[in-house]
Write a protein that binds this ligand. Structure first.
Ligand code: SF4
Ligand code: SF4
Length: 343
């Protein structure tokens, strides 16, 4: 890791140069309540003045909600076309949660089977993170995900008159050398950065007691009364998965023309919370009850990947809490598991 300082007066110039030279994605204000990560051609459009992470997860830039994997034409000879859009891109302004979310997806899409569609774009993506004060629902501190150690090329922390810059990769270092007017960080800069991080960690309001969750979850697993109560208000809408920076499930379907000669193989995000997810040929549904679906979601997020990758498949961003019309909260449910088992 290399540590640098970017003075505030040089910040605009740095970003303008990146916008000129790359496909640049960053936070844009959509309306009073919503920011989104969008392609930006004008520096003035960048708006980093939002408290919570934007509701659309940044993963959509490289893992879009709908994506054509293959176009085919079998009219005469068989013609197949499988192109991946892969321009050099910069993603600016994502916080530590989203960086950790990307780092999780990097591991998932390289595990067992290397997902070329993901990595052709990911390898051309430069990530510039930006620290921010957490929203009311952000509980990443409880999961140890409030700080990004990997998954970014450059990470900026606002120290009022200057940015503390962590450079995580050679790609990030080249970008800094080429486009930014920086200096080396001094002892005073490190001391101010430590002070910022102390205050940042103290500012988390949402807290989940995840201690012993791994074992407690198994104890509570067959407690139908607990899960009926927990999932009682769920509409099975799937919104919690669609906003999640770490959810990776997708479906692949064929979209064919009526002559059955031409078509596209399409991948689109799926959600384990919707009733059809577990439906198989013959009409059997492996998870037809919403209680089982919610239970499975928590198991996947908080247990399965502890076994597989030694990490949670949740970064504690709190988006699913904000997106849920039924006010189901993963923080409350983690705490309820603990309470129920402790009684
Ligand atoms: S938990 Fe909430 S967001 Fe998720 S499926 Fe149920 S109602 Fe929808
Ligand atoms: S499960 Fe909820 S809190 Fe965890 S990463 Fe996904 S959206 Fe964020």
């Amino acid at each position: 890791m290399i540590y640098k300082i970017l003075d505030k007066k040089d910040y605009e110039d740095f970003l303008k140069k990146l916008i000129e030279n790359y496909d640049f994605y960053g936070p844009v204000k959509k309306d009073a309540a919503v920011h989104d990560f969008q392609k930006i051609n004008d520096f003035q459009k960048i708006d980093t003045d939002f408290k919570r992470t934007t509701i659309a997860p940044a993963k959509k830039i490289i893992y879009p909600p709908v994506e054509i994997l293959l176009s085919y034409d079998i009219s005469d000879d068989i013609k197949l076309n499988s192109k991946v859009q892969s321009e050099e891109m910069i993603l600016f302004g994502i916080d530590a949660c989203d960086v950790n979310g990307l780092a999780f997806l990097d591991r998932f899409f390289a595990d067992e089977f290397l997902d070329d569609f993901y990595f052709q774009k990911r390898n051309k993506l430069t990530v510039i993170g930006l620290d921010r004060i957490p929203s009311e629902t952000n509980f990443s501190l409880s999961l140890g995900k409030e700080y990004a150690r990997e998954g970014f090329d450059i990470f900026l922390t606002d120290l009022k008159d200057r940015y503390f810059v962590r450079v995580g990769t050679e790609k990030g270092n080249n970008l800094i050398r080429r486009f930014a007017n920086t200096r080396d960080a001094t002892e005073k800069d490190f001391a101010d950065y430590d002070k910022y991080m102390d205050n940042y960690r103290k500012s988390f309001k949402a807290k989940a007691d995840i201690s012993n969750f791994y074992d407690n979850f198994e104890i509570i697993y067959d407690n139908d009364k607990f899960w009926s109560k927990t999932a009682k208000d769920c509409f099975s809408c799937g919104s919690c998965c669609l906003v999640c920076p770490t959810c990776f499930c997708f479906n692949v379907r064929d979209d064919m023309e009526i002559n059955l000669k031409k078509g596209n193989k399409i991948r689109e995000w799926d959600s384990c919370m919707i009733p059809d997810y577990g439906l198989v040929a013959g009409g059997h549904n492996f998870r037809k009850d919403k209680e089982n679906r919610l239970k499975q979601r928590y198991r996947c997020k908080l247990k399965t990947f502890v076994q597989r990758f030694d990490t949670y498949a949740c970064v504690g961003c709190g988006r699913c809490i904000e997106a849920c019309m039924a006010k189901i909260s993963i923080v409350d449910d983690i705490n309820s598991v603990k309470k129920e088992v402790s009684v």
